[in-house]
Write a protein that binds this ligand. Structure first.
Ligand SMILES: *[C@@H]1O[C@H](CO)[C@@H](O)[C@H](O)[C@H]1NC(C)=O
Ligand SMILES: *[C@@H]1O[C@H](CO)[C@@H](O)[C@H](O)[C@H]1NC(C)=O
Ligand SMILES: *[C@@H]1O[C@H](CO)[C@@H](O)[C@H](O)[C@H]1NC(C)=O
Ligand SMILES: *[C@@H]1O[C@H](CO)[C@@H](O)[C@H](O)[C@H]1NC(C)=O
Ligand SMILES: *[C@@H]1O[C@H](CO)[C@@H](O)[C@H](O)[C@H]1NC(C)=O
Ligand SMILES: *[C@@H]1O[C@H](CO)[C@@H](O)[C@H](O)[C@H]1NC(C)=O
Ligand SMILES: *[C@@H]1O[C@H](CO)[C@@H](O)[C@H](O)[C@H]1NC(C)=O
Ligand SMILES: *[C@@H]1O[C@H](CO)[C@@H](O)[C@H](O)[C@H]1NC(C)=O
Ligand SMILES: *[C@@H]1O[C@H](CO)[C@@H](O)[C@H](O)[C@H]1NC(C)=O
Ligand SMILES: *[C@@H]1O[C@H](CO)[C@@H](O)[C@H](O)[C@H]1NC(C)=O
Ligand SMILES: *[C@@H]1O[C@H](CO)[C@@H](O)[C@H](O)[C@H]1NC(C)=O
Ligand SMILES: CC(=O)N[C@H]1CO[C@H](CO)[C@@H](O)[C@@H]1O
Length: 649
């Protein structure tokens, strides 16, 4: 049971010198986590309470009022300033295989209810949610028919000759039933990865079983994770280059062709390079031209910076406070995306979606006080919108274990799950809000309104067209200023059309970019450390702002700091459904279960439903149920569940 603590759910070594990257990291005990979980869980990185100083108010300060004249229809925007259509599921999650047991559950019978709620929040807004399972640990993964305690996943250090001692993830067929069962409750689409440590034995069971069990919910198969680091990680020899990787992808395609249990052969995703090679180097080796019929998408992976020195003592020391200032400036996200503009257009010309397959604030676990702050919420949202503006079609925020600062969500350690609940991480809110920015229609086109000019790097703005018509405007304020002097008012004016008589605004708020626990979206929050069950708390508040139709303007106030999402068109059904349950365990705390799980799993059926009450004032339909469920061998107890169906308008 202590393995989770000594295992680094691994971050990318993106920015490391290749000669120093090949260090033993998997067997280290990071960040002082020692043997006794209960006494150390409070100081694991995911619960770290470091608070940084918000950057000072800039001088000169940005304008406190400005006008945005936005064309009413996409046809009036120069093509070069408008993105391709962006799916609502743009921001998904990348989940290291080794933490699946903590986050998903032990096997297909026992799925963590808070996870379903957290996925469901996004799927309701986006139409669906994309989740990648993989990471460095996918490379050595292998299938076994059964595992002790009927687990779906375990791990084993098989690779003792290898300096990084990358553990092998061991899985049974039940892993795919688990994923499938999750998809039967929430519309989750999955990316998996083919083990690529040994090109003479690709161990294709993961693809065979995914295709057989997940069907269309399998949306992509990654071929090689950060192959540009294979040499540094001693997984390939020193001369290994883009042409070698490309040739190996060819071997995999041959193996697919020869495997009758892999009927779908055209969902491959690569090259997933992390910055040591450029994507163009791999394209030049024939990656797209040779394999276009096999490729479902083109991918890269990138972390803006790293915290490796603080954690492992190699690389250079990056001061979180200095990094914090760098992150809270729109030019930073523009600079992060810039190196990929050419590759994105090559992918587009080839008719392939371009994906940021794995990212987060900093590799080697992120920074204390930065990665888990409201500032990171604003940064990751701006980064996502900027990627979309640059014609990325998706990005996956990486999720590790207890020992990283950047998690979008963290499950309690398995043996504490009856005492503590989940912890939400800052960037979960970025994914959630991004889902509302793009919406469900898959027609959203986004335009950066120019906030990267030097005068307004702290107040970037975006316009979103849906189905060809201006639908939403997103307004950032990166500054922290409790005096109110740095609040601004954006005047929205529609060219070639008229503003509606009123607009509705949802605000993403906290007191400071430094805070972690008091983050609200439209006045609702998921809760503080170990208080999260995946449901929103508080009353939703949509602010209605009257517009001046004769002047054709709407004046939108944006406090410092904040993000405001202005809805110019009537929104049919955003965030309308909330599933809600409360479980009483045999000890303390609560756990929640999405009602679909209750109705179909754990021996439940509809006859057990009983009426119940709830605190959510938006409730239209309520129901409750009692059941017993067990978690591993631990009896959890009676559960009272309520199904809520609410509309915010
Ligand atoms: C938070 O993390 C920092 C950096 O690793 C560490 O110095 C500090 O002791 C941690 N704080 C707690 C309460 O764990
Ligand atoms: C690849 O991984 C498998 C499973 O972990 C392991 O048995 C095998 O020895 C590895 N091969 C190489 C060449 O690293
Ligand atoms: C899941 O694990 C529990 C406990 O070991 C076991 O009772 C149950 O049968 C398992 N489910 C599956 C599908 O293996
Ligand atoms: C290194 O590996 C590549 C293929 O990955 C192979 O072609 C080459 O011969 C190897 N070089 C040495 C020195 O082993
Ligand atoms: C792949 O492309 C390269 C460069 O365009 C070419 O030399 C090579 O023959 C191609 N390989 C295959 C298997 O098509
Ligand atoms: C914003 O960041 C860019 C680089 O990321 C930097 O050059 C610029 O000075 C920053 N602007 C301000 C006003 O701090
Ligand atoms: C602003 O962004 C556009 C588009 O990404 C870019 O072309 C331009 O150079 C950027 N300007 C500044 C000042 O960063
Ligand atoms: C897009 O607009 C057309 C024409 O107004 C309409 O028929 C269609 O339903 C709209 N589609 C969506 C997804 O809103
Ligand atoms: C404008 O939006 C419509 C509907 O989404 C789309 O079909 C069309 O291609 C878009 N036009 C441009 C120039 O992007
Ligand atoms: C939480 O944030 C809200 C909105 O910014 C603020 O009104 C409230 O005072 C904050 N509460 C705490 C406990 O900091
Ligand atoms: C915001 O939520 C709080 C509960 O968290 C509630 O007391 C308050 O009335 C709500 N504000 C609005 C404007 O709905
Ligand atoms: C809907 C679905 O995929 N249900 C599966 C859940 O997992 C069990 C195995 O534990 C399968 O038997 C079900 O078919």
């Amino acid at each position: 049971m202590l393995l989770w603590a000594t295992f680094m759910p691994f971050c990318s070594l993106t920015l490391l010198d290749v000669t120093t990257a090949a260090v033993t990291v998997y067997n280290q005990v990071p960040l002082g986590i020692a043997s006794a979980i209960s006494s150390t869980a409070t100081v694991a990185a995911a619960y770290n309470n470091t608070v940084l100083n918000p950057p000072p108010i800039p001088s000169p300060a940005p304008a406190t009022s400005f006008t945005l004249s936005i064309p009413s229809v996409n046809m009036s925007v120069p093509q070069s300033k408008l993105s391709i259509p962006i799916p609502g599921a743009f921001y998904g999650f990348s989940i290291e295989m080794s933490v699946i047991t903590q986050l998903f559950g032990t096997n297909s019978t026992f799925i963590q209810p808070p996870l379903l709620n957290l996925f469901s929040n996004i799927a309701q807004r986006a139409g669906s949610i994309n989740v990648r399972i993989g990471g460095n640990t996918q490379e050595f993964a292998f299938y076994v028919p059964t595992l002790p305690e009927n687990r779906a996943i375990s791990k084993q250090n098989t690779d003792s000759n290898n300096p990084t001692e990358t553990p092998a993830v061991i899985y049974t067929m039940d892993l795919f039933y688990m994923l499938s069962n999750i998809s039967s409750h929430v519309d989750v689409r999955w990316y998996i990865g083919v083990p690529f440590n040994d090109t003479s034995d690709f161990r294709l069971q993961i693809v065979e079983y995914s295709e057989a069990i997940l069907g269309d919910n399998l949306i992509g198969v990654q071929v090689g994770n950060e192959p540009d680091l294979y040499s540094a990680h001693k997984h390939r020899n020193k001369t290994y280059g883009p042409a070698d990787y490309t040739a190996e992808v060819g071997l995999l395609i041959e193996a697919f062709a020869a495997d009758p249990n892999i009927p779908v052969k055209n969902k491959l995703i690569g090259p997933s390079v992390s910055g040591t090679w450029t994507p163009e180097q791999v394209f030049d080796a024939g990656f797209i031209t040779n394999y276009t019929d096999s490729l479902g998408a083109i991918s890269v992976e990138h972390y803006p910076t790293d915290n490796c020195f603080a954690v492992y003592g190699f690389g250079v020391f990056n001061d979180p406070q200095v990094e914090f200032v760098r992150f809270l400036n729109h030019s930073f996200v523009v600079s992060l995306v810039q190196p990929y503009l050419n590759a994105a257009s090559i992918a587009q010309a080839a008719g392939k979606p371009f994906l940021m397959f794995e990212t987060n604030s900093a590799s080697c676990g992120g920074f204390p006080g930065l990665s888990d702050s409201f500032g990171a919420v604003l940064w990751a949202l701006d980064y996502g919108l900027q990627m979309a503006y640059s014609n990325f079609s998706g990005a996956n925020l990486h999720v590790g274990g207890q020992n990283v600062f950047y998690n979008p969500f963290t499950a309690p350690p398995t043996n504490q799950s009856k005492y503590f609940e989940w912890t939400i991480g800052a960037v979960y809110y970025s994914a959630l809000v991004s889902a509302e920015v793009f919406g469900k229609t898959n027609t959203a086109q986004i335009m950066d309104l120019g906030g990267n000019n030097t005068s307004d790097v702290f107040t970037p703005q975006y316009a979103i067209y849906e189905n060809g018509t201006l639908a939403r405007v997103g307004l950032f304020n990166y500054i922290t200023d409790p005096s109110g002097a740095s609040d601004y008012t954006a005047t929205i004016s529609v060219t070639g059309g008229t503003v509606p008589s009123s607009v509705q605004v949802k605000y993403l708020l906290s007191d400071s970019v430094s805070t972690k626990n008091n983050i609200t979206w439209a006045n609702q929050t998921l809760g503080t450390v170990r208080q999260v069950d995946g449901r929103f708390k508080g009353n939703q508040n949509l602010v209605t702002i009257s517009c001046d139709t004769s002047a054709n303007t709407c004046q939108i106030p944006v406090s410092a700091p904040a993000f405001a999402l202005v809805f110019l068109t009537h929104e049919e059904d955003i965030s309308s459904v909330t599933f809600s349950t409360t479980a009483y365990t045999n000890t303390a705390g609560t756990a929640t279960v999405a009602p679909g799980v209750l109705s179909t799993s754990n021996g439940m059926s509809g006859k057990d439903w009983q009426p119940g009450s709830t605190s959510n004032e938006k409730v239209k339909i309520g129901a409750a149920m009692h059941l017993r469920m067990s978690l591993g061998s631990v009896f959890v107890g009676a559960i009272v569940a309520g199904l809520l169906l609410g509309h915010w308008e």
